[in-house]
Design a protein around this ligand. Structure first.
Ligand code: GLU
Length: 453
């Protein structure tokens, strides 16, 4: 890769030829690449530079950077990479995706089908019209539209992350002594405790499996310590602490007889990693599960957690490794087959990307090939408990951008065939015409295939 040429980059941004780069101009450029102005990395680099390098600042006048200040700012790796168009998703593609998301949002705004969850007051009373979408890449490029900063309890979308925490803490072999890796075929809260032949919950995406994996996170500690550990990991993924929805927690606890029952059943069969001498252990195992379901996030923050998985376990803003790539891969695999309740199989067919939904109306979809996550928040649910607009957003995004991993198979071959001149002769007069015709035909063929799902 060519050396990073700060001088010529500076000149290219100095459009007024005044030997300065306006701060707004730099921010605009970063925004094109997907770095928003509230991004802690951008804020920090600019605040530090403007405060410490003595940029003359006249109140009411636009701020600017001279070459020296500019050099300091581009020392921040994400800014440098953004200006070189080297982030997870190239700027032009990111802009196209953002427009696509905006279009889908506008199209679905009037879709009022479905019902909000009814089993606890906080969900029953949720504003059913809320609708927000956020995307976040492994480099922290963000686009959001609508109610992307409206809080909601994370609910079942905590499950993939709890599984990741258990894998990190205990390793896959130990984790899978307590929980399986297969589709359950039952409902997420199946009172029959979907057990496989070995007597364990079938996967970590159903309640029994989530309670079992949570019991493997800091198992020796008391409940508050264990919960603090879970909160810390969420904070590391998102770059911001989650909130806590107290009313949801109290209601989950009041109504969670089934979940307490699952914990007791598992403990009775020695399928829960708790102290057998502690008769309250199953209750505690259920309580911490209620608490984790009640963590409060919004679409923007949850997208950053999803981007941590998309980035192979590295948090998007801090660049800190939170999970190993193996852990991230395992989590995405189980999301791919069991993340969408009893629609998981059909969803895998139509969308084909690892996704997880929660009854508050959130859907988190990871797009591994773009190293990005998409989160939709819209409380109205379909009959299996997935957000109606959430599922539709995923389907459309995948269709519009050809993101289904198995449904464009052969498209590249077709492109190659056309590029080699294998276009139907009738449309191409002679050998001289072949090459150009191929070059202009190929992209539209790929696009069309992407749309034909
Ligand atoms: N707290 C819910 C329960 O355990 C989880 C709901 C969900 O699937 O999002 O019933």
């Amino acid at each position: 890769m060519a050396e990073f040429d700060v001088d010529s980059l500076f000149r290219s941004l100095d459009t007024d030829r005044a030997n300065v780069v306006w701060k707004w101009k730099l921010l605009e450029e970063l925004k094109q690449a997907g770095l928003r102005s509230g991004d802690p990395r951008v804020d920090q680099a600019l605040t530090w530079t403007l405060a410490n390098t003595g940029t003359p600042f006249e109140p009411g006048q636009p701020e600017w950077l001279d070459l020296d200040h500019f050099r300091t700012v581009v020392r921040e790796p994400v800014i440098r990479r953004a200006l070189q168009d080297q982030l997870a998703v190239p700027a032009s593609e990111f802009a196209e995706l953002s427009r696509g998301v905006e279009r889908i949002y506008a199209d679905l705004l009037d879709d009022r089908s479905g019902e909000v969850a009814q089993y606890i007051p906080t969900l029953r009373d949720a504003d059913p019209d809320r609708f927000g979408i956020a995307i976040c890449t492994a480099d922290g490029q963000v686009f959001q539209v609508g109610d992307a900063e409206a809080g909601f309890s994370v609910q079942s979308t905590s499950k993939p992350f709890t599984y990741a925490m258990a894998l990190e803490q205990s390793g896959p072999e130990e984790v899978h002594r307590w929980v399986g890796q297969e589709q359950s075929g039952g409902t997420f809260n199946d009172p029959r405790l979907s057990l496989d032949a070995a007597g364990k919950p079938q996967n970590p995406m159903i309640n029994a499996g989530a309670i079992a994996t949570l019991a493997l996170v800091e198992p020796g500690q008391d409940v508050s310590e264990r919960f603090a550990k879970v909160e810390r990991i969420w904070t590391r993924m998102m770059g911001e602490a989650p909130g806590f929805d107290h009313r949801t927690f109290l209601a989950e606890r009041d109504t969670g007889h089934g979940n307490r029952g699952l914990a007791s059943l598992m403990a009775a069969q020695e399928m829960l990693n708790v102290d057998p001498a502690d008769r309250d252990a199953p209750q505690k195992a259920a309580e911490i599960y209620f608490a984790v379901c009640s963590l409060e996030v919004d679409a923007r923050r949850l997208a950053a957690a999803g981007a941590t998985l998309a980035g192979g376990g590295v948090a998007p803003y801090s660049g800190e490794r939170v999970f190993s790539p193996e852990t991230a891969g395992r989590v995405l695999s189980v999301m791919g087959h069991s993340g969408m309740y009893n629609d998981s199989g059909a969803f895998a067919d139509q969308v084909g990307l690892p996704s997880k939904s929660g009854v508050s109306g959130n859907v988190m979809m990871v797009v591994p090939q773009k190293r990005m996550a998409v989160v939709v928040f819209s409380p109205r649910l379909d009959e299996v408990g997935n957000s109606v607009r959430g599922v539709e957003t995923c389907r459309r995004l995948v269709n519009d951008f050809g993101l289904h991993p198995y449904k464009r198979l052969g498209a590249d071959r077709e492109t190659a065939r056309l590029a080699l001149g294998g276009v139907a002769p009738a449309r191409n007069a002679g050998p001289a015409g072949h090459h150009n015709a191929a070059a202009s035909t190929a992209p539209s063929v790929v696009k069309a295939e992407g749309l034909q799902l």
